[in-house]
Ligand binder design. Structure first.
Ligand code: RIB
Ligand code: CA
Length: 313
């Protein structure tokens, strides 16, 4: 299998952090060209700091981190610190990472990395509001056709919403960015709640992760311990946290872990009641021409086996 060149655009965020640790541990299979950060779960300064901290834990200071958009395209920022803690990394001990962020804006880095490499050779995983990618596509429209694929965590159809009754957080936080990206013509694979809710971090899974004992595994276990506690308090005692963002990295590493179907995907931009809702239309006239694939099934055991194997490296 060839090494996949990937930009990871994220808003760490507990599950973003697990996604980063999975990607950083997959050095032989994934060339993380850069991590770009965006305002989302917590503010832009914290998401950039958190990405640097996770990079330090993973020992991957070879990967540049670029800070990006401090607010959505149109909407005011909406944080999700109730699910990620005020720091954005749950109970993790916070210190100022030694290595700084790279100079330059995330949007410019996304454009430069995609335009400087052969067409179809760079993928991007988007695990936060899609503000940076939307801005990059606006500044340099050519990247939509040049991307190998954009693997995006966002949206919901059969699962309903997780920030409002009908909207998933990433799309709700910046619906205009999501709509622009989905309509750009770029090859998009969208992992919404319909798929990520099938991949749950349960206590036995955490025991297996903690038993690995590596620094990355211990960090993941601590991060997910927090998520389990928050989920059981905010959602329900028998509810366990979905591994939303790690699913994007698992898809890039092993696409066969997911089943996707071609769709037409539009985002509600007007209604105060359903803002950010993803209208996922499966009845596409020409499936071969569809640029958006919607994930309908996830192999949860396969995702966890992949995570365990990589954290043990
Ligand atoms: O709805 C889940 C998404 O919102 C995840 O990316 C999580 O990190 C939050 O950003
Ligand atoms: Ca996220």
């Amino acid at each position: 299998m060839s090494v996949k060149a990937v930009i990871i655009d994220c808003d760490p965020g507990v599950d973003d952090a697990v996604a980063l640790l999975l990607a950083f541990a997959s050095r032989a299979e994934m060339d993380v060209l850069a991590v770009t950060t965006v305002a989302g779960n917590v503010n832009a300064a914290l998401t950039a700091r958190n990405a640097r901290l996770i990079r330090q834990i993973a020992g991957r200071e070879d990967v540049p981190i670029y800070a990006g958009a401090i607010a959505p395209l149109v909407r005011p920022p909406v944080v999700a610190s109730h699910f990620h803690g005020d720091s954005g990394l749950g109970w993790m001990a916070i210190s100022e990472p030694a290595a700084p962020a790279a100079t330059g804006h995330a949007v410019d880095a996304i454009i430069d990395l995609i335009m400087s490499r052969p067409p179809g050779s760079v993928s991007i995983a988007v695990t936060g509001p899609a503000t940076n990618l939307a801005l990059a596509m606006t500044l340099q429209p050519a990247i939509a056709q040049r991307l190998e694929q954009a693997v995006i965590m966002g949206g919901a159809r059969s699962e309903g919403g997780n920030i409002t009754a009908s909207a998933e957080y990433n799309v709700f936080a910046d619906p205009h960015a999501a709509e622009l990206v989905f309509r750009s013509g770029a090859p998009c694979v969208v992992l919404g709640l319909d798929a990520t809710h099938q991949v749950r971090a349960t206590p036995p899974k955490l025991d297996a992760i903690r038993g690995i004992g590596t620094p990355a595994a211990m960090a993941v276990a601590d991060l997910l311990d927090f998520s389990i506690a928050v989920h059981r308090r905010l959602v329900g005692p028998e509810d366990y946290p979905p591994l939303h963002d790690p699913c994007t990295i698992a898809y890039l590493l092993e696409p066969s872990l997911f089943q996707t179907v071609p769709v037409d995907l539009r985002v509600e931009l007007e209604s105060p009641l359903t803002l950010g809702h993803t209208a996922v239309e499966f009845r596409v006239k020409d499936p071969g021409a569809a640029t958006v694939q919607w994930a309908v099934k996830a192999n949860a055991e396969g995702v966890f086996d992949l995570l365990l194997e990589r954290l043990a490296r």
